[in-house]
Design a binder for this molecule. Structure first.
Ligand SMILES: NC(=O)c1ccc[n+]([C@@H]2O[C@H](COP(=O)([O-])OP(=O)(O)OC[C@H]3O[C@@H](n4cnc5c(N)ncnc54)[C@H](O)[C@@H]3O)[C@@H](O)[C@H]2O)c1
Ligand SMILES: [Zn+2]
Length: 371
């Protein structure tokens, strides 16, 4: 059932995000309503294919769509030009023409990769995002950023390319490993801190329900996050300014991920830890009242995260921060909260402050190594 839809307002490139649960039966009819070409390339990964591909293909075929599934191995390494090329090859061999649709059916990796393929194959074919992880549903499938990694940096090759619609079905998340739910919550809490005090309060009241994917609480949160991301995207599609606020927790987070060689921490875990460190920086700079900082830390601490910062060296993390692609002319740049629900951009935070914030965060999270 479709519970509601949220619009991403971008003039003639506007599109809806459909949100609900057990929605598969309505998928093909919605494709029809949108007038999508019958030839559909369904790009997915091996995990999602095993769990969810057949019902989707069956539904499409019933309404005379002609789906061509392309299944790639799971994992961030697939977000590469090499994998994109292999997909182009398959599409060319199967004579996929410009009047076709690409369905990105998976987590953020598939969304970015398949979106990039859709943006570039024969100068662009229709794209539909069908996100299957919490992170992808509340964040990466909305806003049109697509791309692949380069050996010299993550997300270095890409485009802005908006889908025809986004299809967010809570049912998909029921098979998601707990660790991935935790990762998605990183972005959810982020929206509360940067833009929406009421959402933050709702999370404080219902966190445990949300973790169990309780329908009513969860759908409320999902819809609110989609609205916030849609609003930010509408106001700043190509990241000229406002969209940067979505980077709260990410300056430290990206550096933590890199310092752990992308093995120790997943993105969402790094963002949860990054938000603790950055809100502490905000407090030390006198921007954020201490009680507000404590609320942020208390909520994040309730998220059952088993990540450890024990093996990470603060000096190495700081060195990675200097290489962040969002830093401008060598100055570091932080999105810092001034109260829950509001942020500002601050540049040139001193290294000594970064170091002490990292050390305090590490003290909260120095669990023994994951088994
Ligand atoms: N484009 C953007 O705006 C944007 C924003 C944030 C993140 N990203 C990108 O998103 C990627 C991370 O996305 P992610 O966290 O979704 O990772 P992911 O796509 O690798 O998915 C995580 C894991 O969950 C599995 N999975 C997916 N759906 C499942 C389901 N329903 N049931 C069981 N298992 C399932 C996947 O196979 C994978 O092993 C990164 O590459 C990041 O750069 C992009
Ligand atoms: Zn993120």
């Amino acid at each position: 059932m479709i519970y509601r839809h949220v619009d991403v307002a971008l003039g003639e490139r506007s599109y809806p995000i459909y949100i609900g649960e057990k929605m598969v039966a309505s998928f093909a009819p919605t494709c029809e309503q949108h007038g999508l070409p019958k030839r559909m390339v369904v790009i997915t990964d091996s995990n999602v294919a095993k769990l969810h591909l057949q019902p989707l293909l069956k539904n499409l075929k019933r309404l005379t769509f002609d789906p061509l599934p392309i299944v790639v191995p799971a994992g961030e390494r697939q977000k590469s030009l090499r994998r994109a090329e292999a997909i182009y090859t398959e599409m060319l061999k199967r004579k996929v023409d410009r009047r076709s649709t690409v369905l990105a059916f998976g987590g953020g990796v598939i969304g970015d990769l398949a979106g990039f393929v859709a943006a570039t194959y024969q100068r662009g074919v229709a794209l539909v995002q069908v996100p299957t992880t919490l992170l992808a549903q509340v964040d990466s499938s909305i806003g049109g950023k697509v791309g692949v990694n380069h050996p010299l940096g993550k997300n270095m090759i890409g485009a802005f390319y908006q889908p025809k619609f986004v299809w967010t079905d809570l049912e998909m998340l029921r098979t998601l490993p707990d660790r991935e739910v935790v990762c998605g919550l990183g972005e959810v809490i982020k929206y509360g801190v940067i833009l929406d005090r009421d959402l933050f309060h709702f999370l404080e009241e219902r966190l445990e329900k949300i973790l169990t994917l309780d329908g009513e609480s969860f759908l409320h949160v999902q819809a609110r996050c989609a609205e916030l991301k849609a609003e930010v995207t509408s106001r700043d599609e190509r990241e000229a300014g406002l969209r940067a606020i979505l980077n709260f927790g990410h300056t430290v987070g990206h550096a933590l991920e890199a310092a752990g060689r992308y093995k120790t921490l997943k993105h969402g875990e790094a963002v949860l830890l990054g938000m603790i460190a950055e809100s502490l920086i905000a407090t030390e700079l006198g921007l954020l009242p201490r009680e507000e900082h404590e609320r942020i830390v208390a909520l994040i601490r309730r998220v059952p995260m088993r990540a450890s910062l024990r093996s990470l060296q603060p000096s190495e993390v700081i060195a990675f921060m200097a290489h962040d692609k969002k830093s401008v002319e060598g100055k570091n740049r932080f999105v810092l909260p001034t109260r829950i629900g509001e942020v500002e951009v601050v540049e040139n935070v001193e290294h000594s402050l970064l170091r002490s914030a990292l050390a305090s965060t590490a003290r909260l999270y120095s669990l023994p190594k994951r088994q």
